[in-house]
Write a protein that binds this ligand. Structure first.
Ligand SMILES: Cc1ncc(COP(=O)(O)O)c(C=O)c1O
Length: 390
């Protein structure tokens, strides 16, 4: 009886085709995974550069563990802050040309920390409607007013800025949107934020390591710290490890250190992992071949889709979206692809707006041409179900 409402809620989720489930991968993360003892070609990993199981990073993680240990042992402000963390913070600041960085255990924690630690209750936050859940939750924690503009709608953003109160206003956006695969119009957003004296925050979880020579979306658009004061980068995607950092002017980063509860009360990340992340950072910024292979694969995928008569997604980065609409249809297509050995997940509400269930295909630098050929052949069987994302 005590748990009856949970059982009812789960049944309702199932009726709406919204049940989420875990697949257990028996192989390392990579373009070929193994689920239920069956090899599948993986098209839903954020390991965009194929680094999660790269020998250089495996070695770096081992070396990091030997030098600094596996666990950090405490929160950073107790005894948990290691030289490995500090070197990573300095490396990130150098690559992104920012004054200072603070390392968090994850992007979720970083975003909660920024929004709840820096935004005051009487301030206003203006956010793109499709921002990541962690940013939305962070604003909720801050108790500030959250004004959301329609995805990419610069007129609505400007209207919200014009009606802003005298208290500081914040503008918050993803750099590369995780479920649409498109880029924020950062140059316009930066101009508008400056004009209205708002502080701009960019969560570049998906652009970091991939765009702008590896430095991310802000650099891709030739923008600086003065245009986009706060930058959040995460390591669990292109860098192939786990963790995150917030970068920006020293006064904001010091305020974060003093105020962000997700920094202060969280065990510091594994120093071995931070050591490996520094290695990943060097790899992606010094060796352009990973990014070149990724973009060459994206071009190849687009050409193959075009030749098969499938709408070509507009994604400029690794995230490629094929819109379907109905949840049940999207699930059917994903199941059909899986039967052919292609692992593509259907993304459904509430992750995306109602009626916009879709396939989210992630291209990796590690995919081979024959992998992409197999994917396009599989997608070809459902050609008429796909619509372009507008
Ligand atoms: C845009 C965006 N921001 C933040 C996060 C959270 O980062 P993390 O996985 O490191 O918690 C994610 C996804 O994981 C994301 O897609």
């Amino acid at each position: 009886m005590l748990f009856a409402r949970f059982a009812e809620s789960l049944a309702a989720i199932a009726r709406e085709n919204k049940t989420r489930s875990l697949d257990v991968n028996q192989a390392p993360q990579g373009v070929e995974i193994e689920i239920d003892n069956r090899r599948l070609l993986n098209f839903c990993s954020n390991d965009y550069l194929g680094l999660a199981n790269h020998p250089v990073l495996i070695e770096a993680l081992q070396e990091g563990a030997h030098r600094y240990g596996v666990g950090s042992g405490a929160a950073a402000l107790l005894s948990g802050y290691s030289e490995a963390h500090q070197e990573l913070a300095e490396g990130l600041a150098r690559v992104t040309k920012r004054e200072r960085a603070l390392i968090f255990s994850s992007g979720y924690m970083a975003n909660l920390g920024v929004m709840s630690g820096l935004v005051a209750r009487d301030e206003k936050v203006i956010s793109d409607q499709l921002n990541h859940a962690s940013l939305i939750d962070g604003v909720r924690l801050s108790k500030a007013e959250n004004v959301r503009y329609a995805h990419g709608n610069m007129l609505q953003l400007e209207a919200a800025l014009i009606t802003a109160t005298p208290a500081p206003t914040w503008v918050v956006t993803d750099g590369l949107f995780s479920m649409d695969g498109d880029l924020a119009q950062l140059p316009t957003i930066a101009v508008l934020a400056k004009r209205h004296e708002a502080i701009l925050v960019c969560d570049d979880a998906h652009g970091f390591g991939v765009l702008g020579g590896g430095a991310g979306t802000v650099t891709h658009f030739n923008l600086q710290e003065t245009d986009v004061p706060l930058l959040v980068v995460t390591f669990g995607k292109a860098l192939g490890t786990v963790g995150a950092a917030v970068l920006g002017p020293a006064v904001l980063i010091e305020s974060l250190l003093q105020n962000a509860r997700t920094f202060i009360y969280d065990t510091a990340p594994s120093p071995a992992m931070s050591y490996a992340t520094s290695r990943a950072l060097r790899l992606v910024t010094e060796d352009a071949s990973f990014r070149e292979r990724l973009f060459s694969n994206i071009r190849y995928f687009h050409a193959a889709l075009r030749a098969t008569g499938i709408p070509v997604p507009s994604g400029e980065g690794p995230i490629q979206i094929l819109l379907i609409g109905e949840e049940a249809t999207a699930l059917k297509v994903a199941a059909g692809l899986r039967a052919k050995g292609l692992y593509v997940r259907a993304i459904r509400p509430p992750t995306v707006p109602k009626g916009t269930a879709r396939l989210r295909i992630c291209i990796s630098a590690a995919h081979e041409r024959q992998h992409l050929d197999r994917l396009v052949e599989g997608l070809g069987g459902y050609r008429d179900l796909f619509r372009p994302l507008v």
